[in-house]
Design a protein around this ligand. Structure first.
Ligand code: UD1
Ligand code: CA
Length: 476
């Protein structure tokens, strides 16, 4: 792991001002979601994890939204610098210079569209600057069988790195054949960076100021550029949506493996976003999607196809297939589904049951309460051990306002009942099947509103004979 203290006087500069034209999107590229977080989250977290003393993100395109996200997520741990016009990565790095403390020992510059990079990747480039004799600039490199689109690392006859050539500027077959690419992590002193950036010229196919030209600048002065080889898959840049999904697949695979090694059974085909927490012996079946701040407790089972967003599931709870839960909590040993829908602000306590085709919205169920089949329970407070029969509806909305239904402890709501809120069913009361409850039901009372049953003996047989005769009399 990274030695955090060693990067204490290192400033991280993350370039995130570009539009991301190749995404073909109204959303700035670095806000596109990957494993449940905007792209830019990952490089920022890597810098913070590496222990960088300052993290500066260069913003430009869509900067209001990017800044708002960074502030909400990282607070004052991250500063921003503004690149008003996007004139290339070198120009973006220049825009950061004003925000860098003049006493910074070292600057790490990297890109905001590289979500797979980790604190260790940053630390190894920073350390190379210290350990390689006479190195003025250190940079990551890697070899790719298909290097198309990346800047190529050019070396001289002695093997020293002398330049980076962008795809559009490749000048010879030799350059095109080069498979050593620039993943884009650079470490140098602040003074070198400042001098090198000052000398950039837009002499290239795109007419931009390229950050990569600091390499040729160093080599031209006879200064040493040190290369840090890294694994090919870890530093992939995201420029279009195909690359977004490729990087996401790698990231989700890492996340799933981390939980597997921590004692969670995560089946193939489950998707666990960054930020989700799982306890040992939880089982996450195939097709499950866990998002946001979801937490799953020890031994809980999330069966096939469940989708959980910001849900807390306590120990030993079982979510049967295809249940959808959002901003909800599930108590220990509770059972949910199959096909249950817990909408925001629904909280079911330990040992409660919510069964198939039951929808909860802003409803709490106390310990051991049950609603096993076909119900809409909106704006409800359901007491301990209460039983809600099949087909029950809490009529919570009068067209203007929402009202609360209270079912007290141990009450029994017969099937196919409607509770017209606001209404309270007292402790231990019974509501007869098919009742429309419009007034409060006292403790231990029975509420009934249905019509008394009448049986007409022989009526059905007589009716059938009459209808049969009528049909026979019809012209063919
Ligand atoms: C860049 C490198 C390339 C490298 C690749 C690695 C340059 C010139 N090229 O190319 O050598 O192989 O990354 O992924 O640096 N940005 C700004 N302001 C700008 C332009 C870009 O802040 O004016 C930001 C973007 O938001 C993005 C990052 O810089 O996060 C990289 O820009 P991008 O256009 O994606 O560069 P690449 O073509 O991928
Ligand atoms: Ca890129």
């Amino acid at each position: 792991m990274t030695d955090r203290a060693s990067l204490a006087n290192t400033v991280a500069v993350i370039l995130a001002a570009g539009q991301g034209t190749r995404m073909k999107s109204a959303l700035p590229k670095v806000l596109h979601s990957i494993a449940g977080r905007p792209l830019v989250f990952f490089p920022v977290r890597a810098a913070l994890d590496a222990g960088c003393s300052d993290v500066i993100v260069v913003v430009g395109h869509g900067r209001g939204d990017v800044e708002a996200y960074l502030r909400a997520t990282f607070g004052d741990r991250v500063k921003t610098a503004i690149q008003a016009e996007q004139r290339g990565t070198g120009d973006a790095a220049r825009a950061a210079l004003v925000a860098i403390r003049p006493d910074a020992q070292r600057v790490l510059v990297f890109y905001g569209d590289v979500p797979l990079l980790t604190a260790d990747d940053l630390a190894s480039v920073a350390h190379k600057l210290d350990t390689e004799p006479d190195a003025t600039l250190a940079l990551a490199t890697c070899s790719l069988a298909e290097p198309f689109g990346y800047g190529r690392v050019l070396r001289n006859a002695s093997g020293y790195v002398v330049a980076i050539r962008e795809q559009k500027d490749l000048a010879s077959d030799d350059e095109r054949a080069c498979t050593e690419i620039n993943p884009g992590i650079y470490a140098s002193s602040l003074s070198f960076l400042r001098d090198a950036l000052a000398c950039l010229k837009p002499n290239n196919a795109q007419g931009e100021l390229y950050l990569t030209d600091i390499v040729a600048y160093a080599a031209g002065l006879g200064l040493r550029v040190a290369a840090v080889p890294s694994r090919a898959d870890v530093l992939a840049g995201v420029n279009d949506r195909r690359q977004l999904i490729e990087a996401e697949t790698t990231l989700l695979g890492r996340i799933a493996d981390r939980w597997r090694l921590a004692g969670v059974t995560v089946r193939a085909g489950a998707r666990i976003d960054d930020g989700v927490e799982l306890a040992p012996d939880a089982v996450i079946e195939t097709g499950v999607v866990l998002r946001g701040k979801t937490r799953v407790g020890p031994g809980a089972i999330i069966d096939v196809g469940c989708v959980l967003t910001n849900v807390v599931v306590d120990d030993g709870a079982v979510l049967k297939p295809y249940s959808v839960l959002t901003d909800a909590t599930v108590g220990a040993r509770a059972q949910v589904g199959p096909f249950s829908h817990l909408r925001p602000d629904s909280h079911i306590a330990e040992d409660s049951h919510v069964g198939n085709f039951v929808e909860l919205k802003k409803t709490t169920m106390a310990k051991g309460a049950k609603a096993n089949h076909l119900a809409y329970l909106g704006d409800g407070i359901i007491g301990e051990g209460a039983n809600i029969g099949a087909g029950t509806i809490f009529c919570n909305y009068d067209g203007f306002l929402k009202h609360t239904t209270v079912i007290e402890k141990g009450a029994f709501i017969g099937s196919d009942s409607q509770l017209v809120a606001p209404v309270t069913v007292g402790e231990g009361a019974y509501v007869g099947t098919g009742t429309t409850v419009t007034r409060d039901v006292p403790k231990d009372a029975l509420a009934l509103s249905r019509v008394r049953q009448e049986n007409k003996e022989g009526y059905a047989a007589k009716l059938r004979a009459k209808l049969k005769a009528a049909k026979a009399a019809q012209p063919r």
